[in-house]
Write a protein that binds this ligand. Structure first.
Ligand SMILES: [Zn+2]
Length: 236
């Protein structure tokens, strides 16, 4: 079974209870010898590692790790603060934004996201795409293809988180939330319509992307009712 490690909690001296997300479920198991560098299981002692595992049922509360093979590690020789901060934030979103029985729905976006991040180091676009999926899967989908009010596709003049997306000229009224510039709205649309990470490492305005990132952060915290603890490395 392919899993992505989320948390590792020490259990007795050298063992740990590992929580990981798989394609169809969230799974918790006992990994023996995880703190022993000579043990094959030590590869699991790092969040967001992708591992192929085999579990066996024993007389313990949780299934027990029988074998493990590393498929991907986010660890690399040079990890700057943005890279580390991005890993922390993705892990934090997985742990705190979704109920346990829903977390697996983020699996493909988490898997592709950590691979894209490592390959390109484009932390900003990787996180924007990951966050757009988190917003959608969390049930807060935003309309970015037409006016949220009348459905018109032309003369979109505003993006409003409060109203739920794009607003056209006719439906816009004075005092309505107007979060983004025209260029930023084009970028928001591209991000919310992307089903993979192909936007990562393309040409885009970093200033605009940074603005989107700050606004996405605010929106997620508000919508999900959760305050991030791991964004210090990412906001200047
Ligand atoms: Zn309208």
């Amino acid at each position: 079974m392919k899993i992505i490690v989320l948390t590792i909690n020490q259990y007795k001296e050298k063992d740990a209870i590992v929580t990981a997300v798989a394609e169809n479920q969230l799974i918790t198991f006992l990994a023996r010898g995880i703190y022993n560098p000579k043990s094959k299981n030590s590869i699991l002692n790092n969040p967001l590692t992708i591992v192929d595992i085999e579990l066996v049922e024993g007389n313990f509360k949780y299934p027990i790790l029988n074998s493990s093979k590393q498929l991907f590690t986010p660890l690399k020789v040079e990890m700057d603060s943005k890279y580390l901060g991005s890993l922390l934030l993705m892990n934090e979103m997985m742990m705190h934004l979704f109920p346990d029985e829903e977390k697996h729905r983020m699996f493909p976006f988490l898997e592709e996201g950590i691979i894209a991040l490592r390959k390109t180091n484009d932390w900003l676009m990787t996180l924007l795409i990951f966050m757009s999926h988190a917003i959608r899967i969390g049930g807060f989908e935003l309309e970015v293809n037409q006016c949220i009010n009348c459905g018109k596709k032309k003369n979109i003049v505003a993006f409003s988180f409060v109203d739920g997306g794009f607003v056209c000229e006719d439906c816009y009224y004075e005092g309505m939330e107007r979060v983004f510039t025209k260029e930023q709205m084009v970028l928001v649309r591209k991000i919310f319509n992307s089903r993979d990470y192909s936007l990562v490492s393309t040409q885009y305005s970093h200033g605009d992307a940074q603005r989107l990132f700050n606004k996405f952060l605010e929106f997620i915290q508000e919508a999900f009712g959760y305050r991030f603890k791991n964004i210090r490395l990412l906001v200047d």
